[in-house]
Structure formats: C-alpha cells, structure tokens
Ligand binder design. Structure first.
Ligand SMILES: Nc1ncnc2c1ncn2[C@@H]1O[C@H](COP(=O)(O)OP(=O)(O)OP(=O)(O)O)[C@@H](O)[C@H]1O
Ligand SMILES: [Mg+2]
Length: 234
C-alpha cells in the first residue's frame, strides 16, 4: 500500500538559519509513527511543514497521491490532515463546545457534528461542554485539542508533543485514545515526542532526530538501542 504521508528530503530555513536538513520520513497507513528528539532539533518545524504553516526551501511532501506544493494550511486540513499543535492552542475564551465546533469550518453541512466516539474517548469533554477552554486543566485542554482535530474527520492525525506537561493518568487516556484511533478507525498517526516510554508503548515506527537531521529509523523497540538513546539523552 502507498504511504499515507511521505516527506522527501525537505530543507527548511528561518531566515539564514537552517532548521531541517534533508529530512525524509514515511507514515504507513493505519500505523503510529513517532519522531523523537531533544529540545530544538526541529520536531515542530517538521510538523509545521506538513501542515503548511512553514514553507520548504527544498524537497516535497506527499499526502496520499498528491504532492503538497504551496497548498495553504486550510486546504490541507480539508484534505484530511488533522493537527494538534504544541501547547494545544485551544481558544481560552470559547467554551469546550465552541472549541470543538471550530473544527466544522472545512466540513460539508451534513458532517457538522461532533462524532459521539470523541466523547467516549474523552468523557470529560462532554461533562464540561459549557465551560470555557481556559478554565480546563492542561490535560483536559490536550484532550480538547485532540477532540477538535478529530471533528475535522482527519485521515492523518498529527500531534506535537501530546504528553508535554500532562499528568500520568491523562497521558494513559491519550495513549489509549491514539491506539483506538489506529486499531478501530484505521487512522494514520504521526506524533513528535520527547517521552520515550509513551512512544515505546504505542508507536509502530520511530524516527530519531538530532539537529535538523534524521539519525535513525526503525521499529519502536529500537528505542532500547544504545546508539538510539545517545541522541535522546539530555
Ligand atoms: N519561528 C522561528 N524563527 C526562527 N527560528 C526558529 C523558529 N521556530 C523554530 N526556530 C528554531 O529552529 C530550530 C528547531 O526548532 P523546533 O521548534 O522545530 O524544535 P523542536 O524540536 O520542536 O523543539 P521543542 O522540543 O523545544 O519543541 C531551533 O533552533 C529553533 O530555535
Ligand atoms: Mg516543538
């Protein structure tokens, strides 16, 4: 089967500074792919290249059969790339319900609803529908950000450090939710992380990044190799 998403030798610059150096990465359909790396190695830059927020200076990105050239972020969202940004970026003054409804923007009228399974994955969202996003705990906001991305009916779900600053019990819920999306919904998932144990538990394939480059790729069990760990040690 063709890759769901593939990044082919991409470079990315911020002014004169090169953040990504010839990154290549493939997400297999219906699998969880994790990109690991320390602070500042280019994980978020890679995801922002996929969502179209940042422009490439070389290489290309293919989504299914389509090459994404200068396709703007809103079109990529409509095509089926769901994005959960680092730090969650929920709307603090909107209610939980309104935050979820922002996911309607790219949907046909008949699809403008919140699928019930989202509330089954994250029951707290249902019980807090009328509360402001900003009143939720960090972990609840993360669940809301994932829920909002799921409302857009993504084919590929892209998450930027979903466990960052979140308490262990909610990390478990998020891990279970991602496994459910893969196993029951056939969703393709790409996440970037610094939390090794989380990735070892739920990921199928891993990529290890260091200073703008991919240093290693393999199955999640490779996280135990000394050569891999040396790139992740602080
Ligand atoms: N908007 C920007 N302008 C200039 N430089 C940037 C910008 N965003 C990121 N960088 C730089 O690009 C490099 C990669 O940053 P990036 O945010 O992709 O790393 P990261 O792996 O996501 O880090 P973290 O784990 O801290 O989230 C860093 O050196 C960072 O300082
Ligand atoms: Mg980042």
């Amino acid at each position: 089967m063709a890759a769901a998403l593939s990044i082919n030798s991409i470079d990315l610059h911020y002014g004169a500074a090169q953040a990504l150096k010839g990154i290549s990465l493939t997400c297999q359909p219906g699998k969880i792919t994790a990109v690991l790396g320390r602070n500042g190695v280019g994980k978020s830059s890679t995801l922002r290249a996929i969502t179209g927020i940042n422009h490439l200076s070389a290489g290309d990105i293919t989504f299914g059969e389509e090459v994404l050239k200068r396709t703007p972020p809103y079109k990529r969202a409509r095509m089926g790339i769901g994005y959960v940004p680092q730090g969650r970026e929920i709307f603090p003054l909107l209610t939980v319900k309104e935050n979820l409804e922002t996911g309607y923007a790219g949907l046909a009228r008949s699809e403008r609803n919140v699928p019930e399974y989202i509330f089954e994955l994250f029951p707290v969202l249902k019980s807090m529908l009328g509360r402001r996003g900003g009143d939720l705990s960090g972990g609840q906001q993360q669940q809301l950000a994932i829920g909002r991305a799921l409302v857009t009916r993504p084919k590929v779900l892209v998450l930027d450090e979903p466990t960052e600053g979140i308490q262990p019990s909610i990390i478990k819920d998020i891990g279970r939710a991602l496994q459910f999306l893969r196993d029951e919904k056939g969703m393709t998932i790409l996440l970037v992380e610094q939390f090794l144990d989380f990735c070892r538990e739920i990921a199928d394939d891993i990529y290890v990044m260091d200073r703008g480059e991919i240093m290693h790729t393999g199955p999640a069990s490779d996280l135990d190799l000394p050569d891999v760990r040396k790139h992740l040690m602080v």
